[in-house]
Each structure stands twice: as C-alpha cells, then as structure tokens.
Design a binder for this molecule. Sequence first.
Ligand SMILES: [Zn+2]
Length: 349
Amino acid sequence: MSLSENLEKLSNACGVAGREEEVRNIMIKLMKPHADQIIVDKLENVIAIKKGKKDAPKVMLAAHMDEIGLMVKTINKEGFLQFAKMGGIDDRILIAQKVIVNTANGPLQGIIGSKPPHIQKEEERKKIVAYDELFIDIGAENKEDAAKMGIKVGDPVTFDTKYAKVTEDTVIGKAFDDRIGCATMIETLKLMEKTKTDCTIYAVGTVQEELGLRGAATAAFGVDPDIGIALDVTIAGDVPGVREFDTTVKMGKGPALTVSDSGLITHPKVLRLLLDTAEEEKIAIQLETGLMGSTDAARISLTRQGVPSGTISIGTRYIHSPVGMLSLKDAEESAKLTVAAIRKIQKSF
Ligand SMILES: [Zn+2]
C-alpha cells in the first residue's frame, strides 16, 4: 500500500491522547509485514522490531499515535455534552465544528454549538468564546436519551474530517500530527527491506505525546536505544501572516531538521549524521531552530544515561486544528532520509 493509502487509514481513525487503540491496531497491521516482531508494552506503545546484528547499535524511531481532541466531561439534563480539551487546542477553532463522539457502542456525529450570534450582545460578539461555554449537540432529547445512545463521561471526541487529496501531491485531513509521522515510519520499515544494516530497528508508535511525551518515556526505557529519531510534524509557515523569524519551513520543500526546540538540542552527532546523509543522498532539507514545541525525541534523549536524539519533521499547515495540509513528497523524502541515515550509523553511536 502507498504512503497516501496508509495515511488515509491512519488520519481517519480515532486516537485522542490516551485512547489510541484504533490507530494502534492499524499500525500493527501495517508494520507487521516489515518487522520480525511486534510488541505492545504496558503503556500500550506499539513497537515493531527489525532485528540486526547482536552488537550493532539499537535505533529507536518514534512517531506518536495520539492526536489532540476532546473528551466528554458532563452530560446536562437537556442532553448536551460539555467537554475537556486533550492537548493544545485554540478555543477559537472549536465553534461550529462537526465532531465524532466515539462511544463504546460506536461513533456518533455531533456539532459544537454556542449561543447564536443573533442573540448575543455587541460586546459578547467581540470576545472569544471559551471552550467551557461551548457544548456538543448530538441531537439527544435529554440526559436519559444521551445515555441510551451510549454516551459516557470520558468518551473521546475527534473532529469529523475525512482525508482527501487536493492535488497530486497535496493532501488534507485531521490528525496529521502525527499520523504522517506514523505513515513515514511504516514507509521507512518498508524501504529498509531493500537495504542492508547491522542495526536493530525499533519502530515505536507512542501514546500520549500530546499530553507531555508520556509514551516515549516508557518505550525508550524499555528499548534502551543507542540513538533516537522522532518523526513528527512542524509548522509550515508559508501562509499569510507568518513572519520569517517565526519559521522558515515551507510545505513541499523537504524534511525539516530540528536544531533546537523547547525540549531538545539535537545531539551534534545526530545532526551531523542527518546533514551528511541528506547531502550524500541529494535530499533537500530545511533547518529550524528555537521552536516553542517539542517532540518525543526530547524525552528519548533524557532516558537512562542519555540517548543522542534528533527529529525529522514534515512541514504541515494548520496543525492542532480540525484539518491540516501537507505534501506527500516531504514524507517520502523523510522516509528516504531516515533509511539512508540508519545505513550510515556506525558502531560509535
Ligand atoms: Zn506531534
């Protein structure tokens, strides 16, 4: 299956932080043909192992399976749902969104409602409506009806966005942060079959990244790698209103390599490896530094006595919103770069 087909499956699935089961099952299915062994650890990270030589370095790849979303917090007596936010979501993007409430009985459609603008006072219309003033309308008649429909406190809620191709190379969909990392990791495993390395590869689909890189912590402790590479997204700043100072990463211009973000200064050995590999393979890359966010690489790097780590990112527009946009070519190039870098990893790591 192509990277686009894999991304479509992964993007359309529900995997709000802490509720990654549907995504994990897809990951297991897609990684299995390219791995010697699949493990699900106690926190429910999934680890695909491709065995190498006994004393060769252990490489940990990480792509997080979770996405930002909502969680049902209260069901009021009229049958409307209030919600908690899971991960960094801007309140301004919530109003009037179609959502899916993922109940034990299956998915239910709903919309995020608010008081209609027609009956708002002038001052009210000017201010941002905070998420705790919003509600999800699932068409229930009352609380009992909502319970009958299967709604429970704690049910994960995702944006109702379907994956689509808008040009041959450009796609839109939800949860590209970080399903594109997951799809790139699968592609990397696939490409590894056609090449040689002595390294053992641990391709890890991590849980709960959006809540503080939690899954990566336990997975890295278990794997005990010699080098860590996170495959994630970064902000593509090639849209109106973004200053060059904020980011120079553009969609479709190649993998972005992090020099530093709020949790990681990429290990010089890892940065050198990725830069040399890109040059040798003639892969166009973009460098970025001083980023506000962070990735699983930050947590991996602080495991045990420390693990040299870095991040390869796919520049994505509109991340942490109901729909993002990216270039498939950037993901393909990121997979190629990862494979070629693994091939270059020597005993010294
Ligand atoms: Zn991410």
